[in-house]
Design a protein around this ligand. Structure first.
Ligand SMILES: Cc1cc2nc3c(=O)[nH]c(=O)nc-3n(C[C@H](O)[C@H](O)[C@H](O)COP(=O)(O)OP(=O)(O)OC[C@H]3O[C@@H](n4cnc5c(N)ncnc54)[C@H](O)[C@@H]3O)c2cc1C
Length: 472
């Protein structure tokens, strides 16, 4: 049988892979999308258990309004995606254990600033300085603003090379450890400790929630369904249970080999998978040896150990995440981070999440050791919740456990957000040394729905620019 030939093959069907596939289809290309898991977008789809839908990789996001960058990207992709604002007065609850107070995170600069001053009156000047700095970073990043003003094509590729860390900014603005702890709580949204994350990345992932915070109606699964509809209408061929195990270069074509030994040819290949997994399957000429070394040495984000379940009848928690912050050391709070996420379905789904080491060696272990480890960590999380909020603990019916090993099975990496974006390490570039072999995904821009979508829009711009240059 003749080997199938595509203009473009996209490896991985997460948000970035689906976005890339659609953008190439819009250019009139014959596109195929290959996913190793049994269904499309395993991270975003979530799953049903005990009569509730559990969200596995999406709860909320900033800037999804129709006049904001996320809404604009949905529109560009032809996605009709209803969204709703979270509660403006408190989308997340942070328990400040040291002072025994509950801080409900509001959005909107004025509200946020006022609330912070109300809680930390002695830090008034620092609060203003911190917010001014964050807003000025957010204003500077072209790919978060191109819906607001015109950019020259090369400006689109600017990503601030500012290595100042979140810790440095917080230490410069504040004395009180509790406010530092509070303002670094959102580092759980990108998995990098405050001492390692560049302030600009913090702004890209958390700062985008200063003005608006949105839920998608129907959650991550509804977004995947809408992507699926548009993908089908675009004539993109979708293959699940198709793990790519090798990419080879044959003249000006790329040949992909799958775990079931089948093969296809393509002119352009786009990988959206974890960069270290990409190294395992990519042709040797993809990167210079130094770059291979660099990618291999990139640290992994912590993994998530999740107890999922549902809220018992008649009880509702009116917030997204409930987090517990010791306030003794904001660095330690990150490492010991645990929070409980509540869906807005009825009954509410619950995910009690604790950050754990994601090293493969700790999870790829004999079954009996793994079961023992699961038991111990589950008990630890339950004890923590019971101690901190016994009234909440009693209202949760636990239904199951997901570990970094579970995540590996579904998306082929252990760390919650793949590799860590540290202030010291440059992002993975979309282009490789092999013509027509590209990389998108959370490792190239930032984790999250917005980061993953933008990574593919960035590649689209790169390709447009190279076509423009060829025409000149
Ligand atoms: C618990 C959790 C909660 C989160 N909550 C939020 C949130 O509330 N808001 C938000 O914006 N973000 C959230 N995120 C982050 C967000 O889900 C991710 O950053 C984003 O989905 C990453 O998209 P991606 O396309 O880069 O990668 P992925 O979704 O990981 O896509 C890569 C795909 O490639 C496939 N693959 C891997 N290897 C191969 C291979 N060899 N062959 C074929 N296919 C392969 C994988 O199965 C996977 O489907 C959360 C993440 C986690 C883990």
């Amino acid at each position: 049988m003749a080997i199938q030939n595509y203009d473009v093959a996209v490896i991985g069907s997460g948000i970035s892979g689906m976005t890339a596939a659609l953008l190439f289809a819009k250019k009139g290309k014959k596109v195929a999308l290959f996913e190793q898991a049994p269904h499309l977008a395993p991270l975003f789809s979530g799953f049903d258990r005990g009569g509730v839908h559990i969200e596995s990789g999406f709860h909320y996001s900033g800037v999804l309004g129709k006049d904001e960058i996320g809404g604009l990207l949905f529109k560009e992709l032809g996605l009709n995606m209803p969204v709703e604002l979270c509660s403006k007065d408190g989308y997340d609850d942070a328990y400040l254990l040291k002072s025994g107070r509950l801080f409900k995170f509001p959005f909107g600069r004025q509200l946020f600033e006022q609330k912070l001053i109300e809680f930390f009156p002695n830090e008034k000047d620092g609060i203003k300085k911190y917010l001014d700095l964050a807003y000025s970073q957010l204003e500077k990043i072209p790919f978060l603003n191109f819906h607001k003003r015109e950019y020259k094509s090369e400006e689109f590729f600017y990503f601030a090379d500012d290595k100042t860390t979140l810790s440095e900014v917080l230490n410069d603005c504040f004395k009180d450890e509790e406010i530092k702890s509070l303002l670094s709580f959102s580092s759980v949204l990108y998995g990098v400790p405050p001492s390692k994350v560049a302030f600009v990345l913090h702004c890209c992932c958390s700062g985008i929630m200063f003005e608006t915070v949105w839920k998608i109606k129907g959650g991550g699964a509804a977004l995947v369904k809408e992507f699926k509809r548009v993908i089908e209408n675009s004539g993109i061929a979708v293959f699940c249970n198709k793990k790519v195990v090798k990419i080879e270069v044959e003249k000006d074509k790329k040949k992909l080999t799958f775990a079931d030994s089948s093969q296809i040819l393509c002119d352009i290949c786009v990988s959206s998978i974890h960069p270290k997994e990409f190294l395992k399957i990519a042709p040797p000429e993809t990167y210079r040896a130094k770059n291979v070394e660099r990618i291999q040495s990139l640290p992994e984000t912590d993994g998530f150990f999740v107890l999922y379940g549902k809220v018992k009848d008649g009880f509702r928690v009116d917030t997204n995440n409930v987090g517990f912050l010791t306030g003794d050391s904001f660095q330690k709070d990150h490492k010991n981070a645990y929070y409980i996420n509540f869906s807005n379905s009825n009954p509410q789904a619950v995910c009690a999440v604790m950050a754990v080491d994601s090293d493969e060696k700790l999870w790829d272990i004999p079954q009996n050791e793994y079961e023992q480890k699961k038991k111990e960590i589950s008990q630890n999380i339950k004890d923590e919740i019971k101690n901190r909020k016994p009234e909440l603990f009693d209202k949760i019916e636990f239904l199951g456990i997901a570990t970094p090993k579970t995540q590996k099975r579904f998306v082929n990496y252990y760390g919650s957000y793949g590799i860590m974006h540290t202030a010291e390490s440059a992002n993975i570039l979309p282009i490789t040394k092999v013509g027509g072999l590209f990389v998108v995904g959370q490792a190239t821009i930032a984790p999250g729905l917005i980061g993953a979508m933008i990574s593919s829009f960035l590649l689209d711009k790169i390709i447009d620019r190279s076509l423009e240059n060829k025409n000149v």
